[in-house]
Design a protein around this ligand. Sequence first.
Ligand SMILES: [Fe+2]
Ligand SMILES: [Fe+2]
Length: 190
Amino acid sequence: MEEKILKFIREKYEEGDFKYHISAVVKNAMLLANKLKADKDVVEMAAYLHDMARSLNRDDVKEFVNENEHHIEGAKQSEIFLKELGYDKEFIEKVSHCVLTHRGRGNIEPKTVEARIVACADAMAHFDTFLDLFEVFLKTTDSFEDAVIRIEKKMQRNWEIKLTLPEAKEIVKDKYEAIMLLIKSMKEYI
Ligand SMILES: [Fe+2]
Ligand SMILES: [Fe+2]
């Protein structure tokens, strides 16, 4: 990734979001891309761009996080961004598909290995930078207790639904078990 392009991408994210989420998604996506011999350029670009239409700094953050369609808007914005930078049509389409399907929601399924990798890496990032989720969830829930419960559900969903590649599960297995153990212990006091 060219330094100039990386600088453009960085500017699209809030600093903490880039540091604790995007960079962790990129790291895990590249691990999987190497293991599965996927197209590394597509995977890297899509990992960097996948949340470009999601901002946690908005005033209506509560509603926005719950209801937004940032994968759809993000796919459109990625296409415009990459076109402006002069990337070819095929590359743009491949990256855009990864961005569109990264949430694994609805009937928009990842159709390529690169898209599956980005969706998995998106979930894997939450295991790497787990405590950052509290920062996000405390802003979007009414209480600490509510945040704990919602984080537990999110981590279960990540593990059971989003980690569709066995290679991804294997990489984060220890962290998943540790996180669930600590949440279970905390819940005895809630
Ligand atoms: Fe996202
Ligand atoms: Fe993400």
